[in-house]
Design a binder for this molecule. Sequence first.
Ligand code: UDX
Length: 474
Amino acid sequence: MKISVIGAGYVGLTTAACLAEIGHSVRCADNDEAKLNMLRNGQMPFFEPHLEEVLSRNCKAGRLQFESPVSAVTGAEAIFICVGTPPLDNGEADLSAVANVARTIAQYTTGYCLVIEKSTVPVQTGQQLKRHLQLYARNELRCDLVSNPEFLREGSAIHDFFHPDRIVIGVEREEVATQLREIYRPILEQTFQCPVHAECTHTQKPAWIVTDTNSSELIKHASNSFLAMKISFINMVADLCEAVGADVTKVALGMGMDPRIGPAFLNPGIGFGGFCFPKDVQAFVRIASQAGCDFSLLKEVENINKRRVAHVVEKVRKELWVIRGRKIAVWGLAFKPNTDDVRFAPAIELLHALVHEGATVSAYDPQATEKARAVFPDARYCASPYEAARDAEAILIVTEWEEFRQIDWQRLRAVVDRPLIFDGRNTLDATELTRHGFHYISVGRPPVMSESTGSGEGTPASSPVEGERVADAR
Ligand code: UDX
């Protein structure tokens, strides 16, 4: 099938690359000509594990090309709309990019085509889209509209594309679902080996869910909002645990054993971020309100999340007494590991808060430094976690990168001013840290004092460790 994907962001590029990987002929388009040129030259506009190799393989095989939107829709049999739907000031999704694509499709498609809405959109967008397509069509437009929401996660997008839990299809006519089934057949039947994870043992076939377009659109917003609710719920339980001296890890374990609750998404921390949850929860509240339903439950989910960074800053203040003039290291800037995405990342909000309080902040992230620097230039960005921690009176861990679990604690102990770690994601091993003289404060669990009183008398903080990189990465 001749497929076009409009939008070369996280969802669009992954979709284009993976559809080509399973054998389709794919044209990927974007309004941003500079981005298209980068992609044609084999450069990546963002970091997503394994995406580069899948793109490169399929470009070389001639199954994937980058074109302008007009050229991509001409002659296409199926068009996936994967453009951004960012939040407006009032929380509503900005659908102008979707509307622009609809206009291009209406004016330049030739022959019958499927128009597949993959961007996250408010319920009833499909109906609007259909009207818009008819309105701007040059000639008689023959198309079917499909809602096919995307559930892939940044950082594991390629794996998620090949192993979805479910594929949701919203159609106006049952027969249209058959055409979509054909596009996804290798994934549905799991006849296609996941291309990038040699160790991947996932064998479960995805559920195939066919519904009307309104329900399909709602499935996406309701799913993301529910997951966000789980996170805010466990974050409140974590606060309660801190207040009464309980351990949220054990509480979450006990809760998650109930199959009706499940263990996933019960990790407390500094709050959810990224380009999906914050905007989708906000948009869902608006969608409900416009339909006459007051979804106050979700407003509280948002409120709880908005308080997370302030809660961490308070914990830091409690420990350091005064934040002004203190040197603080922040480890992790991306909104989650394995991505360089800092959009709505709690780390950026934390940098703002700490610098506003008068702290001197040194920050490190394995991938997201440049993107963080672009949105917040007032921190010192470092080339290693050790460099960021040099002379720091506290280290704050915001993103649970694997690299932070592999730290040489003895080496770190020698460069910090005070061995104090705030683990905002409960990602480290308290026993190991305290053994190396660190005072360890995590989320929803009692603080653990270092074996040597936590006042800096642990491992001797002698001369800089050999080979230490001290140069400022700027
Ligand atoms: C999410 C959905 O998971 C995905 O299905 C949808 O298509 C897009 O939105 P993504 O934004 O990539 O994906 O990230 P996800 O892994 O879901 O995490 C979102 C945020 O929640 C992150 O900031 C993460 O740190 C936070 N989180 C997640 C928690 O704080 N606790 C948890 O238990 C899980």
